[in-house]
Design a protein around this ligand. Structure first.
Ligand code: C2E
Ligand code: MG
Ligand code: MG
Ligand code: MG
Length: 281
């Protein structure tokens, strides 16, 4: 208890809390302004089939270039947007924007699946289903090309509720993906009950391949399990040729990571696609 820690600790503890709370409040304020002033942009990172080096789709990743503070990472502001409810408005914009993007890519014959990160709040929001219906109808996108990315932690709180919501999403025709797999605490028995289509292996298992033999065994086991459950696979955070070779041998066909490309703004997509699918690699 703070009081028992003595005067100095007490003040220190209070000051720390105060600074963190102030920063949150500051970011919350800037978020409101940023939404109004359209300071957000989507970047896109390609997902590549390593057997033929064709791009199968992109993940939309939000970027915030604040006019005075510069780049603010999503890991910093998404949790605040989530806590304040601002994520609902921001997430709605992400859905419209990324599906319109996917349609532009389809016109150019580029890989055109679109992976979209959902926050816990958005996933639980009852307005998500009607919103998706509108986005699908207005953009004309084939719903199966929308890959909604969910995380273990957002599904495990209320498992029955999550399963129900996932079935409602599936009824729209969209695909469901489990992001950052292996970092949460979902048990395999639950995994089997979730109507998932895609499993994304978290970067933490990939990054030390081939140096870490434990990570190689875990990754191989995740791949084998996903195949048993009939899930498509995407390996995240692939940065080296050795990692590609390992994933090829273990039959994980689709990868995402800096080895092929960082997330880029839309105007850089054509160049990036040429580099990957042409003779740049
Ligand atoms: P995520 O969905 O797991 O996205 C993958 C993150 O890994 C991205 O970070 C991406 O830039 C990064 N990454 C991809 N390949 C590599 C690699 O080879 N090496 C390394 N070191 N990193 C790689 P980013 O863009 O900073 O996004 C962080 C997280 O923020 C995302 O993790 C996601 O959880 C969240 N996020 C991003 N955009 C949105 C959004 O529109 N809505 C919501 N709700 N969350 C978002
Ligand atoms: Mg993701
Ligand atoms: Mg991820
Ligand atoms: Mg992540």
């Amino acid at each position: 208890e703070a009081k028992a820690l003595g005067k100095n600790t007490y003040y220190f503890y209070n000051d720390t809390l105060d600074a963190a709370a102030k920063e949150r409040l500051f970011i919350e304020n800037e978020l409101r302004i940023g939404i109004k002033e359209q300071q957000f942009e989507l970047y896109y990172q390609p997902q590549i089939n390593i057997n033929n080096e064709q791009i199968v789709g992109f993940e939309a990743l939000i970027r915030w270039h604040h006019p005075t503070l510069g780049y603010i990472a999503p890991d910093k502001f998404i949790p605040i947007a989530e806590a304040t409810g601002l994520i609902v408005e921001l997430g709605e914009w992400v859905l419209w924007e990324s599906c319109a993007f996917a349609q532009r890519m389809a016109l150019k014959d580029h890989g055109s699946n679109i992976s979209i990160n959902l926050s816990a709040r958005q996933f639980k929001d009852t307005s998500l289903i009607p919103l998706l219906e509108k986005v699908i109808a207005k953009t004309g996108i084939d719903a199966a090309r929308i890959h909604l990315e969910l995380t273990e932690s957002m599904l495990m709180g209320d498992v029955e509720g999550s399963i129900k919501q996932m079935h409602q999403l599936k009824a729209l025709g969209v695909s469901l993906s489990i992001d950052d797999f292996g970092t949460g605490y979902s048990s395999l028995s639950y995994l089997k009950r979730f109507p998932l289509d895609i499993l994304k292996i978290d970067r933490s298992f990939i990054k030390d391949i081939p140096e870490d033999s434990n990570d190689m065994e875990i990754t191989a086991a995740i791949i084998a399990m996903a195949q048993k459950l009939n899930l498509e696979l995407v390996a995240e955070g692939v940065e080296s040729e050795e990692q590609i070779d390992f994933l090829k041998i273990n039959n994980c066909e689709v990868v995402q990571g800096y080895f092929y490309s960082k997330p880029v703004p839309e105007h850089e997509i054509s160049l990036m696609v040429d580099k990957i699918q042409g003779n740049g690699f």
